[in-house]
Design a binder for this molecule. Sequence first.
Ligand SMILES: Cc1cc2nc3c(=O)[nH]c(=O)nc-3n(C[C@H](O)[C@H](O)[C@H](O)COP(=O)(O)OP(=O)(O)OC[C@H]3O[C@@H](n4cnc5c(N)ncnc54)[C@H](O)[C@@H]3O)c2cc1C
Length: 385
Amino acid sequence: MDFELSEELLAMKEAARDFTEKEILPNVEKWDEEHYYPLEVIRKMAELGYFACPIPEAYGGLDIGFLAQTIITEEVARGSSSLRVAFNTQCLGTAISILRHGTEEQKQKWIPDLISAKKIGCFAITEPDSGSDVMSMKSTAIPDGDGYILNGCKTWISSAAQAETGIVYAYHDREKGSKGLSAFIVDFTSDGISTANLDKLGTRSSPTGEIVFEDVRLPADALLGKLGDGVKICFSSLNQTRLSCAAGGVGLGQACLDTAVQYCNEREQFGQQVGKFQMNQELIANMATEIEATRLLTYRSAWQKDQGKYGNILETCYAKFLAGEMVTRCAHSTMKILGAYGYSTEYPAARYYRDAVVYQIVEGTVNVQKMIIAQDQLGYRKANR
Ligand SMILES: Cc1cc2nc3c(=O)[nH]c(=O)nc-3n(C[C@H](O)[C@H](O)[C@H](O)COP(=O)(O)OP(=O)(O)OC[C@H]3O[C@@H](n4cnc5c(N)ncnc54)[C@H](O)[C@@H]3O)c2cc1C
């Protein structure tokens, strides 16, 4: 067992930190205030290969693995939790699913454009009446001639209105239950697709929206995997996108700690720095320990994927569950330490507070992560199958 990052990974971490400091931090508050989606920065991230780490060179990737990407994700999220989402839209929720389940033609056609951010991607599972209960979705893609006709409504989809390519989950045959769900690679320039942005509390530089599919004609080669593979592909995809959530939580948690430590060393009350008060020290100690624990769980999940253990649902849930809880506690603690200045827009604590909550919701809520972990421990349903 070796807990040290290699020299290459340390160099990547440092380079990603430099990128965040130069390209993200100077503008992050303005973007957040204006709900601005900095596509030009996402394209720069793509140029640096940020979305290409776990993708083979044959499809334009770097083939340097999930751990490398995780470390970069953490550094980006330290600057902007919103920009973390692009790791999922361009790679973990899209390109990786095509890599694992697509035909050679599909891989050549879609993966290079996604990881280079030439095309913005999305993955569409959630519907107005179907959140945690994925199988209750109503969208259909009914076989018709040599293709399919897609109908339905998806909501809370990251980059819905910006996407040019999306993995969409829909029933090709509702009668078949879970075996009737399939996954499709959809060209979002097709006729019959309309989108609208949704307003939200945080993660404001990552747009989220609704998509309506009205008699959208999909060609035969839109099908990802086989008919009926939708459940397998969907849950496998969530197991990869949860990794970026865990890494994002670690990055944002670290940003909370950095801000709190700096403030503790600057602000004076009762004739001394507020960091000298034991009650603030307790908050700092809890934050530092929880961040480090989550970081280790997250790196282990990424490392396992690099060993070919893509199906490490349990270990990824541990990381994602703790990340959601840890980052909301860290954001709250930073808010407490900064007092009124935390509540002001002069410091980033308010943005951290708004951005942190989403880690308890996306890619399976905290309750869903707990359900998977508890059912595994109780022997009801193995998480890693
Ligand atoms: C900013 C943002 C971006 C998103 N991006 C995407 C995206 O790109 N693609 C996509 O498909 N979706 C996306 N989502 C949707 C997200 O995945 C869902 O919000 C999430 O799965 C939870 O669904 P829900 O919000 O409908 O909550 P519900 O499922 O309605 O849950 C409501 C509450 O009940 C709890 N609950 C539900 N079932 C159980 C149970 N069995 N046991 C215990 N408690 C339970 C939940 O934990 C929650 O507290 C995004 C959401 C947000 C906010």
